[in-house]
Design a protein around this ligand. Structure first.
Ligand code: URA
Length: 242
């Protein structure tokens, strides 16, 4: 039987600080399984229903659960918690419980749209972003010139950009039409996709991430919308990875 501190569970479920949760409990407004508990430090069963002022707020297990959201990142938005001058992805989550513990798993450029995962699971963020995991990430890029078949081989051979010390790992280029291609990379280096095309004399004019590992962006999500990932989708991300 897993046990959780009452003030911690109340704070996680309500978004209140620990201090505010402590006060609420001391005021006798919190009950667990029909028993008013005034000791904030007492341990409660993870499946016990917590009630504040006669409204159920959930169980400690729900408070402990880690959250994973799929977001369709809008244009002109930074993958950051806060920024003085720009909109940030985390602005979309201000209404969520404990939004301050949620963070982007990795980064997309300000002018890149598409799939980003937001979570409060630090180990997961590491797994998604670590270049050592070689997790493939797929983008659709529109370029300002004409794509040619020879570029497929160049991408696959491991291109070297003048501003980078070492060449990129081989990338997969799938040409969709004259100006549009799907690109899959496994490193996630700074401006990687844009720089791969620059190596071939082309500039990217629009970039959207459509997949991370085996998880593809839900095309019913408009830019700026998000939803929680289910267990299957979480597994799909790392399917086929080491
Ligand atoms: N590659 C880029 O150039 N930009 C991104 O946002 C992601 C990958």
């Amino acid at each position: 039987m897993a046990l959780t501190r009452l003030d911690k569970a109340v704070s996680h479920l309500t978004g209140l600080t620990r201090k505010q949760a402590f006060k609420l409990i001391r005021e006798g407004r919190v009950s667990v399984e029909d028993l008013v508990l005034t000791d904030a430090a007492c341990k409660i069963d993870e499946n016990a229903e917590i009630v504040i002022d006669e409204d159920s707020i959930g169980t400690a297990a729900e408070a402990e659960a880690l959250r994973y959201f799929m977001v369709n990142k809008p244009l002109d938005t930074l993958c950051a918690d806060h920024d003085r001058n720009s909109a940030v992805v985390m602005d979309l989550f201000r209404e969520e419980l404990n939004s301050e513990s949620l963070h982007c798993a990795g980064r997309l450029d300000k002018d890149t749209t598409g799939l980003i995962i937001v979570t409060d699971d630090g180990a997961f963020i590491h797994d998604i972003t670590s270049p050592r995991k070689e997790l493939p990430k797929t983008y659709v890029a529109v370029v300002d010139g004409v794509l040619s078949d020879s570029m497929v081989e160049r991408f696959a051979s491991g291109l070297k950009h003048p501003e980078e010390k070492k060449p990129y790992r081989p990338a997969l280029l799938k040409i969709l039409n004259e100006h549009e291609a799907e690109v899959t990379v496994t490193e996630g280096r700074f401006h990687e996709v844009k720089r791969l095309f620059e190596c071939c004399g082309l500039n990217v004019t629009s970039l959207k991430r459509i997949a991370i590992g085996g998880l593809t962006l839900d095309d019913t999500l408009d830019e700026g919308e998000f939803r929680q990932l289910d267990e299957n989708e979480l597994e799909q991300i790392f399917e086929g990875a080491d």
